[in-house]
Design a protein. Structure first.
Length: 287
C-alpha cells in the first residue's frame, strides 16, 4: 500500500528560527485516493491530515501554474529567458520588492525612499485570486470536489469557501509562522476541511508546507482550553472570540519559530517532496 512506504528525511531542513535537529523531523504519510474510503477516513482522523498523491491531473495543475506566473510576469519577478510555467525568480532583483502573500497585505516594509515595497507585484498577486482560471477552474476542480464529496459524505452539499489563499514566497524569504486554520475561521463552525494544493513540484527543502506530528490534537486542546478559561472568567461568546484573536501573535500565529515550538511541545515536524497533482487535506486544528 502507498501509505506503508515512508521515506526517511536525510537532508537538513531550516525553519524561521534555525536548523531542525534530526529528531525534530519526520515524513508525511502518503496515501492513494483509490484506497478504501474508510481507511482514508481513519487515517485522516488519526493523523489530522491526508496526503493524497496524484489526486489532480498533473497537466491541469501545471496549466494553472503557467497562468499564474504569466499573470505575474509584468512585475519583473521572473528570471529573463525562462518560461512562466517554471516560475524561476530573478535573483538579480531585491526579494523585498516581491513579498510573499502572507506578508503583502499587512504593514509592508518600505524602500530607501520610504515607498512601500511590492507595488505591481502585490497588486497582481492579489488580483490573481479573482481570475477565472483560478477561482472558477483551479479552486473548483471536479476531481477535488468529487473526492471531497465522497470522502466526507457531503455529496451535492459540498461547497468551497468564497475566500481562498493563493500564496507565493520568493527564495530566502521568511516562511509563514506556526498556525492552524480555525484561527482565521473562528466566526464559523469547525466542520470545514482545508485542501492544500502545491502548484508544481516542490523538493524536500523547497519551502513546502510542513505539519506538526498529530498537531490537530494540540490545536484542538489549545482552542478548548482557551474557551474554558474565557467562560470561567465570564466572557460572552463574542468577547471570547475577540480575546482569543488578540492573544495570537501578529497575523494570527501561535508562534514564529517552528523549531522552538517543536521543542516546547515535543513533536516532530513532518515534510515531504510534493509533486504537481498532490493534495493534502487537513483539519481546522491541524498545526
Amino acid at each position: 500500500m502507498p501509505h506503508a512506504v515512508i521515506s526517511p528525511i536525510s537532508i537538513p531542513l531550516y525553519v524561521n528560527d534555525g536548523l531542525l535537529r534530526p529528531e525534530q523531523v519526520g515524513s508525511l504519510r502518503p496515501s492513494s485516493p483509490h484506497e478504501p474510503l474508510d481507511d482514508l477516513r481513519q487515517r485522516y482522523e488519526h493523523d489530522g491530515y491526508l496526503f493524497l498523491k496524484g489526486l489532480l491531473p498533473r497537466e491541469d495543475v501545471l496549466k494553472a501554474r503557467e497562468a499564474y506566473f504569466t499573470f505575474l510576469s509584468p512585475s519583473g519577478v521572473l528570471a529573463p529567458g525562462t518560461l512562466p510555467v517554471e516560475g524561476i525568480f530573478d535573483k538579480e532583483k531585491d526579494k523585498l520588492d516581491f513579498p510573499g502573500m502572507w506578508f503583502c497585505t499587512g504593514a509592508g516594509s518600505t524602500d530607501a525612499n520610504g515607498r512601500p515595497r511590492g507595488g505591481l507585484f502585490v497588486d497582481l498577486a492579489l488580483q490573481a485570486h479573482q481570475e477565472p482560471w483560478y477561482k472558477d477552474k483551479f479552486c473548483k476542480h471536479p476531481a477535488l470536489y468529487s473526492f471531497i464529496s465522497k470522502f466526507t459524505g457531503w455529496g451535492n452539499n459540498t461547497l468551497g469557501l468564497t475566500r481562498s489563499l493563493l500564496r507565493n514566497n520568493t527564495p530566502l524569504s521568511k516562511a509563514i509562522g506556526v498556525h492552524y486554520d480555525q484561527i482565521f475561521l473562528r466566526h464559523g463552525g469547525d466542520t470545514n476541511i482545508t485542501a492544500w494544493v502545491p502548484m508544481g513540484d516542490i523538493s524536500l527543502d523547497g519551502g513546502g508546507l510542513i505539519y506538526l506530528e498529530r498537531g490537530h490534537t494540540l490545536g484542538a486542546d489549545l482552542e478548548s482550553s482557551f474557551y474554558k478559561l474565557a467562560k470561567e472568567t465570564g466572557l460572552s461568546e463574542e468577547e471570547t472570540r475577540n480575546a482569543f484573536n488578540k492573544n495570537m501573535m501578529s497575523g494570527g500565529l501561535l508562534a514564529d519559530g517552528p523549531k522552538e515550538f517543536s521543542e516546547v511541545h515535543g513533536r516532530k515536524w513532518l515534510s515531504t517532496n510534493y509533486e504537481a497533482g498532490d493534495v493534502v487535506l487537513h483539519t481546522p486544528y491541524t498545526v
